[in-house]
Design a binder for this molecule. Structure first.
Ligand SMILES: NC(=O)C1=CN([C@@H]2O[C@H](COP(=O)(O)OP(=O)(O)OC[C@H]3O[C@@H](n4cnc5c(N)ncnc54)[C@H](OP(=O)(O)O)[C@@H]3O)[C@@H](O)[C@H]2O)C=CC1
Ligand SMILES: O=C([O-])CC(=O)C(=O)O
Length: 445
């Protein structure tokens, strides 16, 4: 069925929304963009017109007039934004076997810089594929709700055929409802003079609340990618607050570090970066992270056989990757946003497509029964493979030498200290911060 056939829409007035509060006219765009009600939201504008789901039963190459269906019970009607309230009966489309079932993707910090790149990639089909319709559920805050409306308007204006529904809200218990992917990007940036312990506490509270919300309302198999820093410990807090979701479903984003490491090795070896494989980032997404040149390969060969300057590998290369984010901030005046969004795309794709034979990817995952001897009960970046089903397994065939292992232990010590610092947020007692030294996020150098 052509996408134009699937896009037949109509709108139905619903008298049943008697409790509706009207948007101020200045808040209503010419496209009738609006927010629907938000149960716990401080910001609860409601539309003048209720749009109902439309049945669109068509045979291939035929477009039938859309058949209005009963407006849903307002209590059950999911929130939606503007043109995305005009939806399609996917069941009819599924009969054609050409579309997959709609997938629900929740994004926090949706009005931020990373999201400004990521959302458009998600909507375009670049991430989940050209036959995968998508719902975007965008989480903001009172501070960002206007900006979030702007984001939703830009999504409307982009006319993505795969983007079927967009909702915006400030309550994670609403926005995360039935989420199958949760991309947790929103977090307070560390300001001048702020202690790492303060950042852990402030952002930890955000991730504790969001973990609880996911636990309560998300799909039982939701995959969670934590981007907001400090992402490893935020991911740990999140998973501890979501005991009904498998801990293996939580990831801290270290894919940007992997991509940065591949780029530096390619530059040094004088090859295009697609020749670099088996790149592991071990540990924390911080300046203690360990880009592993012992197991990585260039054109199928061990890196150390291709790059003979081992001093460069141990010193310059490692520091370059660890500090790349900070150097970029100095140039740009803000942290990596586009390349982070690209790396989120890579991270998701690595989980939904089978890993190429012999290769692997890095992601920060829960260390429960890891084969390497890394401390249990933290979120640590390690080498993984996926069958493409959204899950992963740890790669066993990696080797260690003293250099690599000592570095891994340093990052492990940092993560254990971060964990002690947030014990009050993981339900494990009183938080006590004895961070080894004030190690930094990649962007803080
Ligand atoms: N893991 C990785 O590889 C990388 C991680 N990052 C991290 O990703 C996160 C987002 O980066 P980016 O999109 O560039 O940042 P932005 O500053 O553009 O957006 C961050 C969003 O976080 C939200 N936020 C939540 N709590 C607060 C708070 N207390 N104060 C201010 N804002 C808050 C805001 O949204 P709202 O008001 O809607 O809640 C804001 O829009 C940061 O933590 C950054 O350090 C960045 C690059 C790489
Ligand atoms: O510290 C930051 O916000 C930026 C960051 O994580 C990175 O560039 O890797």
């Amino acid at each position: 069925m052509s996408s134009s056939a699937t896009m037949a829409v109509a709108e139905v007035s619903s008298a049943s929304y008697t409790k509706a509060r009207l948007l101020k006219s200045s808040q209503i765009s010419s496209l009738s963009t609006h927010l629907h009600k938000h149960r716990h939201s401080a910001f609860r504008p409601l539309p003048r017109t209720q749009h109902a789901r439309i049945s669109c039963s068509v045979a291939p190459n035929q477009v039938e007039a859309p058949i209005p269906v009963q407006a849903k019970d307002p209590k059950n009607k999911s929130d939606c934004y503007g043109v995305f309230c005009l939806t399609y009966d996917l069941k009819a489309e599924e009969e054609t076997k050409s579309w997959k079932k709609l997938i629900n993707v929740a994004v926090s910090g949706a009005a931020g810089m990373i999201s400004n790149h990521l959302l458009f990639k998600l909507a375009s089909g670049e991430v989940f594929g050209p036959d995968q319709p998508i719902t975007l559920k965008l989480l903001g805050s009172e501070r960002s709700i206007q900006a979030l409306e702007g984001v939703a308007m830009e999504l409307e204006d982009s006319l993505y055929p795969l983007l079927r529904e967009v909702s915006i809200g400030i309550d994670p218990y609403e926005v995360f409802q039935d989420a199958e992917w949760a991309l947790l990007i929103g977090a307070k940036p560390r300001g001048p003079g702020m202690e790492r312990a303060d950042l852990l506490d402030i952002n930890g509270q955000i991730f504790a609340e969001q973990g609880k919300a996911l636990n309560a309302v998300a799909s039982r198999n939701v995959k969670v990618i934590v981007v907001g820093n400090p992402c490893n410990t935020n991911a740990l807090i999140c998973l501890k607050n979501a005991p009904n979701i498998p801990a293996t479903n939580f990831h801290a984003l270290t894919r940007l570090d992997e991509n940065r490491a591949k780029c530096q090795l390619a530059l040094k070896a004088g090859v295009f970066y697609d020749k670099v494989s088996n790149m592991t980032i071990w540990g924390n997404h911080s300046t203690t992270q360990v880009p592993d040149f012992l197991n990585a390969r260039i054109d199928g060969l061990p890196v150390k056989e291709v790059i003979k300057d081992h001093k460069w590998l141990e010193e310059e290369f490692t520091e370059k990757v660890q500090n790349r984010g900070g150097v970029l901030i100095k140039k740009w005046g803000r942290s990596s946003a586009a390349s982070t969004a690209v790396s989120v795309v890579d991270a998701i794709k690595s989980l939904v497509t089978p890993t190429p034979e012999g290769d692997w990817f890095s992601t920060g995952v829960y260390t429960n029964g890891n084969p390497y001897g890394i401390a249990e009960d933290i979120v640590f970046s390690m080498p993984c493979r996926s069958k493409g089903d959204g899950d992963y397994e740890l790669v066993k065939e990696v080797k260690f030498d003293d250099y690599l292992w000592n570095r891994i232990k340093k990052s492990e010590a940092e993560l254990l200290a971060e964990k002690r610092c947030v014990a009050h947020l993981t339900g494990e007692g009183v938080g006590f911060c004895d961070l080894p030294d004030d190690t930094m996020l990649p962007g803080e150098v």
